[in-house]
Design a protein around this ligand. Sequence first.
Ligand code: ITT
Length: 184
Amino acid sequence: MDPIFVTSNPDKRREVEDILGMKLLSASPEVHEIQHLDFAEVARAKAASARDALGDPPEPVIVEDSGIVFRAWNGLPGAFSRWFLEAVGVEGMLGMLSGERDRRALAVCVVAVSMRGEGIKTFRGEVQGEVATAPRGAGGFGWDPIFVPEGSSLTYAEMGEVKHEDSHRARAFREAGRWLARRG
Ligand code: ITT
């Protein structure tokens, strides 16, 4: 049965459809987002809220929670990345690291799959990298202009479609896709 991907973010939808090479059923019900530093906790709560809001459909319901983690900030902005971006943008996020020598960061995506009558299964994708000293690149979205994945000199925003070849999102969704395929 084709899964329903619930997100309010069209950039995520575009990337996920590219990664999985298929269109996903879409729905944008009002989904409650809890505040928690643990991506998996947030993704699980979103999945439960989305299943509920859709009236407990027979299809798998998929959501994800993602963000960027600064090593020097011990987990922040992490699952709060959305709120940091809305409040201070990437420039403000760069300001968080202005006095720091450690610019290491982790891009994280946790996919939560809710099956009717079963628990919620999560899949985590991570990519190590560094925070650029200034925003670079016109592609992508969110914090893409300031994240440079390990092994590259380009930011995600400079990489264009190449980002999805091995991004935090690609890693998490490919694993979720394989798990769903095995269940038939
Ligand atoms: P949902 O409806 O799926 O929750 P959202 O945009 O609110 O959509 P999150 O709560 O997961 O998503 O917040 C993640 C924040 O990080 C949000 O501001 C995104 O724009 C941003 N973001 C997520 N994935 C990203 C990526 O791959 N590159 C850059 N920014 C990203």
